[in-house]
Design a binder for this molecule. Structure first.
Ligand code: HEC
Length: 270
């Protein structure tokens, strides 16, 4: 059992003495006015003493407003309709600034669009074209396979199985430095058109991305200007639907036939 130290008992007694309270006086100050209150007042005397000992604190008398507060209260208030109108201003400003910015899709051209389409190829060829299930494109490797962009466009559009089925055994350059790539030798390259649902302009875009971004060819020269620059006439014609892979060689000078079925590829000078 813990003993209460003597000095604490003493202090407690002194406090009660100073308050001059007894259970009797407490009851006197809390004269119940209603039967309910009377019921509530039936409490152990000790408890009543404690609750009644705090002097009742009424609301403090109202202070007169300071000049600042008075001026604030007397100010002209903004009407509700104006508040509503003003609250829409930031939204309007945001939309206005957005409307001033040029359409980014047009500006990015084949390389910008191709980087997005490439998400459908990355699982097999690697996020940076470093290779995986499919060949690497890096360090000019894909340029060695397809010295002519038309041969790569055709290969990607129809895929390895169509080449094997058509009896076209080599993908691209038969005299490829480091050895020709034999169709179907390392696995199945899905047909970008039939299997992945890509359009001709999307295939051009992704092939531009593979050659000029992933294989690391400088963004200049005849092939870049003709096929892959943002102002490429062929890209714009494919996008507008005025040309297709089937007829682009008839519409533009110096373009090899892509055609509508697998064809053997050519060497750099062939
Ligand atoms: C399911 C895996 C897979 C996907 C997805 C895929 N490829 Fe391929 N790709 C391959 C394989 C496997 C080969 C090699 C096929 C062979 O041996 O004939 C290949 C070969 C290629 C080649 C020839 C490279 C060379 O140097 O011989 C190109 C170009 C190519 N793919 C482009 C693409 C593009 C563009 C896409 C996306 C639109 C794509 N691939 C999506 C698996 C894939």
């Amino acid at each position: 059992m813990t003993e209460i130290p003597e000095h604490l008992l003493k202090r407690s007694k002194e406090r009660r003495g100073a308050a001059g309270e007894t259970p009797g006086t407490a009851v006197a100050t809390t004269t119940p006015t209603t039967p309910a209150a009377a019921g509530a007042a039936v409490e152990p005397a000790g408890k009543a003493v404690r609750t009644e000992s705090a002097a009742p604190v009424g609301p403090p008398p109202a202070q007169p407003d300071s000049p600042v507060v008075a001026a604030y209260k007397a100010r002209k208030k903004i009407p509700v309709w104006a508040m509503l109108t003003l609250s829409i201003l930031p939204v309007w400003a945001f939309m206005y600034v957005r409307a001033l910015q040029p359409e980014t899709v047009v500006a990015t051209g084949p390389l910008g669009e191709g980087a997005t389409v490439y998400n459908q190829c990355a699982s097999c060829h690697g996020g940076s074209g470093e290779g995986g299930v499919g060949y690497s494109f890096q360090a000019g490797s894909v340029i060695a396979t397809f010295p002519h962009i038309e041969d790569q466009l055709r290969w990607v559009k129809f895929g390895s199985e169509a080449y094997v089925a058509a009896g076209v055994t080599i993908a691209g350059d038969p005299n490829r430095a480091g050895g020709a790539h034999i169709a179907g030798a390392t696995g199945v390259m899905p047909a970008a058109a039939a299997a992945l649902g890509l359009s001709d302009v999307e295939i051009l875009a992704v092939v531009c991305h593979e050659r000029f971004d992933l294989a690391g060819v400088a963004h200049e020269g005849t092939e870049y200007d003709t096929w892959c620059s943002p102002t490429s006439a062929i890209f714009l014609a494919l996008e507008a639907g005025t040309a297709t892979f089937a007829n682009v060689h008839e519409q533009f000078e110096g373009v090899l036939q892509i055609g509508e079925a697998p064809l053997a590829g050519a060497s750099a000078n062939g």
